[in-house]
Design a protein around this ligand. Sequence first.
Ligand code: ADP
Ligand code: MG
Length: 354
Amino acid sequence: MRREFLKYLFDMPLLWLGIAVLAGVIFVGDTITDLEIAFAVLYVSVILLSVNFGRTGAIAVVGIVCAALTVLSYFLTRHGASHAGLINGILSLVAIGATTYLAIRIETFDARARAAQSELARMSRLMIVGELGTSIAHEVSQPITAITANGNAALRWLAATPADQEEARRAIERIVMDAGRAGDVIGRVRRLVARSSPSRDTFDLTEAIGDVLELVRGEIRKNQILLRTELASDLPFVAGDRVQLQQVILNFVMNAIEALADVDAGARELLVSAAAAESKITVSVRDTGIGVAPARLDRIFEAFYTTKPNGMGMGLAISRSIIEAHGGTVYAAPNFPHGTVFGFTLPLDGKTRG
Ligand SMILES: Nc1ncnc2c1ncn2[C@@H]1O[C@H](COP(=O)(O)OP(=O)(O)O)[C@@H](O)[C@H]1O
Ligand SMILES: [Mg+2]
């Protein structure tokens, strides 16, 4: 409990400072004003401010401290009618108690909504990984086949007279490399499907995009799509949930692949780009697929809106909620001369590369 509390303190120092200053001002005001004035009711604003912590424990702590300060300044206040002061104090305590209770309720519902949202996002990642199943299996079985072949080769080189240790060593080196490749694929899938609460780390967006594209490589090859990337070399690190943002890119890319299935094989192009400008970062996925009718563009982000026989219509809705939770915006526009471009922008908070 104490370590948790210290963590609160260090997590959001500015908010704590604001709350402490406001509570201090109210405490001083409450103590120097007349007992007839219910100054302590203003603590309600401090409690409402503490909702920003997003933690019920922190709200409770703030509520209890406010109540204690109210009682303390009742005893410290020297002037005014103490009878009226007692009634005012009790009224203030009731207001503080009720506000704390409501604030905790609000935060509990909020936390439940957030958990539901991230569980939904995970379900849809699981679904996508399920769809990618054959491609991923292929991606893993390829290096394993190569490992078997190189293992046999190494055995032959060693069994020969005289044994060719140099060739055997090279075959084993290839085995190690292929094992690493297979491990990478599995690692990427595992990170994507892991159950984790939303985090706010700083991470390398270029690498995160690269991971997603590795995952869909098989699918892109199978569908004869020409994939290009334009990832600015000076992209700053972004703050947010790496897996959730990867999910958004994955949704865009999977939709693009599906939109490209209906055009001629020679004309299937996919461009994934990322660039930073001023105080924001933009990631976009551009395809030359069947496109979206302009009249429908503003409906596609709605939940359950789908034009596919087996579609769920959740991909873009989840993507939008993820991006908005990161303080960004999603957009969709026609691509010239055909196809669609989907993208999102995220605000940068002055973080630089490294
Ligand atoms: N790249 C795209 N090109 C054309 N239409 C698209 C594209 N991406 C999304 N759409 C349209 O938006 C709808 C909603 O997409 P989404 O929310 O991912 O659900 P789903 O893929 O399950 O249909 C799709 O059914 C499709 O009509
Ligand atoms: Mg989709």
